[in-house]
Ligand binder design. Structure first.
Ligand SMILES: Nc1ncnc2c1ncn2[C@@H]1O[C@H](COP(=O)(O)OP(=O)(O)OP(=O)(O)O)[C@@H](O)[C@H]1O
Length: 239
């Protein structure tokens, strides 16, 4: 196993809650705090990290091992680097176990303090496979604030518990909107989902991420110094 250090998987009950965005921003925040950080996109059906990071480079190889692609201070691997985006999804499924082996054993990760895994949404076999390969892996569950979302996210949490992965906590994404330079918070997508889920899963609420206005490229990945809501979460993870 070439992957060393702490491994934290980011999971969600359904797609579109911002799991990949949270995974990327969390990895960047940990790197900004001086931690050697890797990010692995395990969403083999709907990999989105290459697009989110605007990465087109393919990993180079050295002695039959792959060199992860660099983005700012983090090292990144994604199924998206290896397959044609238009490859049929049915073809990718049976490869799952092999992909995990490949990413954990055949990539020259070097020294890493933290590896963030972006899991596919839902309750697939990935969490189970992952636990077998990385028994100490911990999970973060991402949800939106709407109380109805808790139901769906809870399944991801239950899956984590069943697979034996420790749940590190819950992140409530798209929690509220604060107009620039104003203190007001508008709870556009409802309220209470994150704390309720944390309570149900008997874990902590790691933090609430506000709705951000995408930049001109449509990105909600921050640049430069991490926003406070991310550093606060990263500090809780490092502890
Ligand atoms: N806090 C936020 N504020 C505003 N937009 C956000 C926020 N978080 C995510 N988004 C946007 O929501 C969309 C979905 O995000 P993302 O791809 O990270 O979700 P996901 O849960 O990983 O989805 P999937 O599993 O389907 O890939 C993206 O357009 C992203 O920019």
């Amino acid at each position: 196993m070439l992957l060393k250090g702490n491994v934290i998987a980011v999971a969600s009950g359904k797609g579109g809650v911002g799991k990949s965005t949270v995974a990327v921003n969390l990895a960047l925040s940990l790197a900004h705090m001086g931690k050697k950080t890797a990010l692995i996109d395990l969403d083999i059906y709907g990999f989105s990290i290459p697009k989110i990071l605007n990465l087109e480079a393919k990993p180079k190889t050295l002695n039959n091992k792959m060199i992860p692609v660099g983005f700012q201070d983090i090292k990144v691997m994604s199924m998206g680097f290896l397959v044609n985006e238009n490859a049929p999804v049915v073809w990718r499924g049976p490869m799952l176990g092999k992909v995990l082996d490949h990413f954990f054993d055949d990539v020259l990760w070097g020294e890493t303090d933290y590896t963030i895994l972006d899991l596919p949404p839902g309750t697939g076999d990935v969490a189970l496979d992952m636990h077998q390969k990385l028994p100490d892996c911990q999970e973060i569950i991402v949800t939106t604030p709407h109380p109805a979302a808790v139901h769906v996210a809870e399944r991801a949490g239950t899956m984590a518990q069943k697979s034996g992965n420790k749940i590190l906590g819950v992140i409530e994404n798209m929690s509220y909107f604060s107009p620039p330079d104003l203190d007001e918070r508008y709870h556009i997508f409802g309220e209470g989902g994150g704390p309720a889920l944390a309570e149900t899963l008997d874990t902590q609420l790691l933090g609430k991420i506000p709705i951000s206005i995408p930049d001109e490229k449509g990105s909600t990945v921050f640049e430069g110094t991490p926003p406070r809501h991310y550093t606060d979460i990263a500090k809780k993870i490092i502890l």
